[in-house]
Every structure is written in C-alpha cells, then in structure tokens.
Write a protein that binds this ligand. Structure first.
Ligand code: CMC
Length: 444
C-alpha cells in the first residue's frame, strides 16, 4: 500500500445470534439477523432459496439491502447523513471536496502527506489525451453533456489499459485521482464544445475546484478568476453530492462493477443512471420548473394543486425521497448557503423566492405532510449553480463530478469484498406459459 492509503473496512455486519422465523405452508425456517453499526436490522435471506425454494419480491428494492457497506450512513427518519461516520454538517463547514473524496474512497481523513500526494496526482492527471479531444467532434452541438460525459468516460478507459483493473492498492490511489481529475476536464470540455468555444487546458497551479471553473469560464483572450465565494459554494455543493449510499446510480456502479467491469465502464454506467429526472437530472428539472412558473406567471397554489392531481402527471421536482421521511439534511445546508452565496455575489434571483414560496405552500399541505415529502438535495442546488454561471443542462454533470468519489468508493468496496459475487437479482415470471412455435402462415 502506497503511503498508507488504507483499505476501507469490509467486515460483515454484527450478527447478534438473533434469528427471524419465516413460516411457509406450516413449515418454519430460521433466518439470521444482521445488525449494522448504527443498529440497523436486516434479515439475511442469502440462503432463502436453497432452504425454501422461494425468493423475496421487492419491486424497486425499497425494502432490500443489496450489500453491506462501510461508506455512508443515512437515517431517513431522523434526517441524518454521515460519510465514513462524519456528519455531513461538519464536513460542509470544515472540509473541502478533495479531502472528502479521499475520506470516502480510502475510509479515513488524509494526513498532510496523503492529502498532498492526492492533490499532486489530481494535478498530474488533469489533462486528457490529445486524441481524446478529437472525440468531442463526433457529437452534435445539441448533445446533452451527460451523454458526452458518459461516452467520454468509457472512451477514456481505452487510453489507460494499465489501470483498467486496479486490484492493487498501490495503483488505486492513482486510478481514483485519474478519474476524479479527468471527469472535470471532460465536463468543462463538453460545455465548451456545446457553445462552440475553444477548450481550455487545465492550469497546474490551480486547485481542483478553481481549475474546473477556469476550464469552464476562461477564454483564450479572457482568463476567468473565480472569487473565493464561488469556489467555496462549489466545494460545498460537491461535498453534498459526494455519496448517498445505495442510490440508483451508485447501485448501478456496484452492479456493473460486480461483473468485474473496469472502473471507467462502471462509472460511465453510473452517469447514465444519474441522468434521469427522478435522480441527478432533478436539479435541471427543478430550475426548468421554476423558470416555467416564472415565465407563465402561474399562481403557486394552482401549480401545487396540479402537482397533487395524479392525472396531471406533474411532480413537484426537488421534493420527496425514497429514504428521507423527515427532511434531507443536504437540502437544509444548501438552502442556508443559497441566501449567503447570492448575497455575497450581489445576485437577486427571483427563482429563489419562487422556490421558497413553493416549499412553504407544500410543507403546510396535508398531501405532502402525509406522504412525508420534503425538499431534497436538488430543490435549491440549481439556484447556487445558476448564480455561479453554470448552464442548466450542465447541472446533472455537476452532480456527476460530485458523486464520482462515492462511485469510486463503492466500486472499490465491491472489489475488496471478502465474498465477491456478481450481482444478479431474480424475478417472478408473469409472462406467457410454455407454448409452441407458430409458423408464419398460421399467425394472426
Ligand atoms: N411531487 C408530488 N408527489 C410526489 C412526489 C413529488 N415530488 N414525490 C412523491 N410523490 C407522491 C407519489 O405520487 C406517491 O403518492 P401516492 O402514495 O398517492 O401514490 C407518494 O408520494 C410516494 O411516492 P413514490 O413515487 O412511491 O416515492 P419513491 O420513493 O418511489 O420516489 C422520488 C422517490 C424521489 C423518485 C420521488 O419523490 C420523486 O419523483 N421526486 C421528484 C424527483 C426528484 O426530486 N428527484 C430527486 C431525488 S433526491 C436526489 C437524487 O436521488 O438524485
């Protein structure tokens, strides 16, 4: 292991010799009970099919623990989020994105030497291969930057064949830094491509976040110097997005990684999963919703009424969460930062007022209270991104840059599992029973 970049713990959960009894057709089976560090209780059904011939059915996995993980803890009832045990509120106040990324990937906060080494690797890997820059030419100007990002991450794997299977810890810090560094270069390049401006080379003198902002906003004839407030705001947003246990994209990365697909392919799949409006695409959808309301001048109460009407097929974007049934701590932090950042930058954004009023209306409405729907991470994040100058269709890309350390940490956890097995759920088949091939002339 290079300079003590530690292996994350992958111990089995604590089994308290408790069991759960399942009775099927009068026959009882004892199933082990697994208890996590924070006393989360799971019934271990890994032997269920061999014992009983049955499987469990849990459409959309709301009740299924797909793995044991030591990366992130969420208590959705209490609104708690911790990375490697550290409360998100403390990390938001005291840390920065690069340090949090190291924590997530390697399990511990870095010491001075480890952080310096990680930062220097991020700098070393900030360029993309010159040939890779030509790949951008193949996309139409209208291409969504998430499509470009996913395709380019996969393509990038072709340029680093030596790092495709970084089983050794000594290589892993390098692989992690490579991906984290280059995703930011690709993201900024895809934006430049979309507006027809020359791609900017990274600047080795700049830390992670200012370097990204430079590649996004500098022009060959006009360098961009971000203010400390903008850098701090982006650091905060990236920390907020850095991991969220078994969400859709992270589960995808783990699923793809479990087939022993390489890290690039796995995170490329994660980017695709993140893109959807119900997941990382929600930040874009929220701002589009707020802009729509602003432009139409629609009364907010009537908009909320539409949202509650199932026939309208409209959701209040940025509201609700599969796990949080109280409040999303990230949303509180980001909402608090919104006022501060906008004041610091001297910006008055009418969308923030609309968002706050929508929240107030929703949180006093039984529809939202009964269903425990609260603002999630995406409700206010777009307001800060807009203030920084990030275009709306780049919002999910910003989420992807933030989520990268989480994906890397989970991919690594899958690979370091003491019992590695391909992820392969089962199903209850409800299709046609067995039938025989019908020749063409007999078909209807
Ligand atoms: N607006 C209106 N109704 C909602 C909303 C919403 N945003 N979210 C859930 N509901 C209703 C839903 O219609 C259902 O009502 P009923 O019981 O009458 O059928 C009930 O609340 C439960 O909803 P669900 O769809 O079963 O909840 P879920 O856990 O499957 O979905 C969610 C979670 C986040 C996909 C959903 O709340 C949603 O679509 N929210 C809007 C999109 C969004 O903001 N996504 C970002 C999520 S957080 C960041 C991330 O993961 O990327």
């Amino acid at each position: 292991m290079r300079d003590g970049h530690r292996r994350p713990p992958t111990d089995k959960g604590i089994s308290m010799n408790k069991t759960a009894t399942l009775t099927i057709d009068g026959k009882s089976y004892e199933l082990p009970v697994v208890i996590g560090t924070e006393n989360e209780v799971g019934i271990d059904i890994s032997q269920l099919r061999s014992m009983t011939g049955c499987i469990t059915l849990d459409d959309s996995y709301a009740n299924t623990g797909s793995c044991q993980s030591a990366v992130t803890f969420i208590d959705g009832e209490k609104g708690i989020l911790r990375y490697r045990g550290y409360p998100i509120e403390e990390l938001a106040e005291k840390s920065n994105f690069v340090e949090v990324a190291y924590l997530l990937i390697f399990g511990e906060l870095p010491n001075t030497k480890q952080l310096a080494e990680f930062r220097s690797l991020l700098m070393e890997h900030e360029f993309i291969h010159e040939d890779l820059r030509n790949h951008f030419e193949g996309f139409p100007p209208s291409a969504h930057p998430m499509a470009i990002l996913s395709a380019m991450m996969n393509a990038m794997g072709c340029y680093q064949p030596d790092l495709l299977q970084p089983a050794e810890d000594t290589h892993f810090v390098d692989a992690a830094a490579r991906i984290m560094s280059k995703v930011r270069t690709i993201a900024a390049a895809s934006y430049k491509k979309s507006i027809g401006y020359p791609m900017m080379y990274p600047r080795p003198d700049l830390p992670y976040v200012p370097n990204f902002l430079h590649m996004m906003f500098s022009k060959p004839n006009a360098p961009y110097e971000p203010s400390p407030e903008v850098v701090a705001a982006l650091n905060l947003l990236l920390i907020m997005h850095a991991d969220h246990e078994q969400n859709c994209s992270t589960s995808t990365v783990r699923m793809v990684g479990s087939s022993l697909a390489n890290l690039y392919a796995s995170v490329a799949a994660g980017i695709c999963a993140l893109w959807g409006r119900l997941h990382g695409g929600a930040n874009q959808a929220v701002v589009q919703m707020l802009l729509g309301i602003q432009q139409s001048g629609e009364d907010l109460k009537s908009y909320v009424a539409k949202v509650k009407d199932k026939k309208s097929n409209i959701r209040l974007m940025g509201f609700g969460h599969r796990v949080y049934k109280n409040f999303d701590p990230r949303s509180r932090i980001i909402k608090g930062a919104c006022d501060k950042v906008l004041a610091q930058l001297g910006i008055r954004d009418p969308l923030l007022d609309i968002a706050k009023q929508l929240e107030e209306i929703a949180l006093s409405d039984p529809y939202f209270l009964e269903r425990k729907l609260y603002p999630n991470v995406d409700f206010y994040s777009g307001i800060i991104l807009r203030a920084i100058g990030i275009p709306v269709d780049m919002f999910p890309v910003m989420f992807a840059i933030g989520r990268m350390p989480g994906w890397i940490a989970h991919w690594r956890e899958v690979h370091l599992s003491p019992n590695p097995r391909i992820y392969r759920p089962r199903q209850i088949y409800i299709g046609s029973p067995m039938r025989h091939y019908t020749p063409m002339e007999q078909r209807q």
